[in-house]
Design a protein around this ligand. Structure first.
Ligand SMILES: C[S@@+](CC[C@H](N)C(=O)[O-])C[C@H]1O[C@@H](n2cnc3c(N)ncnc32)[C@H](O)[C@@H]1O
Length: 271
């Protein structure tokens, strides 16, 4: 039997985001590996030229994007929504630390994005970055976004290609750490660069789709191992990065590994 996609399985998702540790390590290790690709916050900021009254950041996680949005757009209010109270606490601390003068405008809400606790026609701009692939039915979330949006309001969605970091699947298989990795479906299978436009069009008018190529270089076996243990796709025999690095070394011989991901932005509106 095929194991459920950990990004779509409710119990595994709760464990993944039950506290901030895994996401913090993943973000730090990926950041250190980044070679090229325009920062997501920079691209997001460029989509808006006017000042919105009310912004909703769906699946805000640790608030990395939230801080940039509130600083770049200066909205009258920003609602940051996530299912994980632990991550919301982290996000609140981040906003208070990095944008103290703007933090009174930001409200943190614990909720499921399939059932957004906001009135109809109450939001100007909704951002959902790297989170709709946690829904088995992202079209349902987009219909909910549509309900919350004012007329002519916009949604900005960010996701990754289904083949993101595929070079690492081949590596863990070659190193005999997880031979099944190359056959398992993408973590991003429900909402990725290849289907995001069509899924969005089921609920909203799609105005713009752009793809950005991001390249990564994990510098050596230890750096690679530190990333692999944060990726729930892999069924690793153990979680110590040093032991995993040793096994990777049989293939890498002290070298690093390159990987790539396409980041896709879909801008859509409520007509
Ligand atoms: C990778 S993080 C996204 C981080 C953030 N948007 C950013 O750009 O940095 C994915 C987030 O989606 C949230 N999430 C997953 N399923 C959700 C659901 N059904 N309702 C609300 N949030 C959910 C998780 O708790 C997690 O914080």
């Amino acid at each position: 039997m095929t194991a459920p996609n950990p990004f779509l399985d409710e119990d595994q998702r709760l464990a993944l985001y039950g506290d901030a540790r895994r996401l913090t390590q993943r973000t730090t290790v990926l950041g250190a590996a980044k070679v090229s690709g325009t920062p997501v916050a920079e691209v997001l900021a460029s989509f808006l030229t006017d000042t919105p009254d009310h912004v909703l950041d769906v699946g805000c996680g640790r608030g990395g994007t939230t801080v940039h949005l509130v600083k770049a757009w200066l909205p009258g209010q920003l609602t940051a929504l996530d299912a994980s109270t632990a991550l919301l606490d982290d996000a609140a601390a981040r906003v208070a630390d990095r944008a103290p003068e703007l933090s009174p405008r930001v409200r943190f809400v614990a909720a499921d994005f399939h059932d957004i606790p906001l009135p109809d026609d109450s939001v100007d701009v909704i951002v959902a970055a790297f989170c709709l692939y946690h829904s088995t039915d992202p079209g349902e979330v987009l219909a909910e976004c549509r309900r919350c949006l004012r007329r002519n309001g916009r949604v900005i969605l960010v996701t990754k290609s289904a083949d993101s970091y595929a070079a690492l699947d081949a590596l863990v298989a070659d190193a005999n750490l997880d031979p099944g990795a190359v056959h398992r479906p993408s973590l991003y299978e429900s909402f990725h660069s290849g289907n995001a436009e069509a899924v969005t069009a089921s609920a909203l008018r799609v105005d713009e789709v752009t793809h950005h190529h991001h390249r990564f270089r994990f510098s050596d076996p230890t750096h690679t191992a530190r990333y692999l243990i944060t990726n729930p796709k892999y069924e690793l025999p153990e979680q110590s990065p040093h032991v995993i690095a040793e096994q990777l070394n049989s293939v890498l011989n002290g070298n690093g590994v390159s990987a790539q991901s396409t980041v896709t932005y879909v801008v859509a509106s409520k007509t």
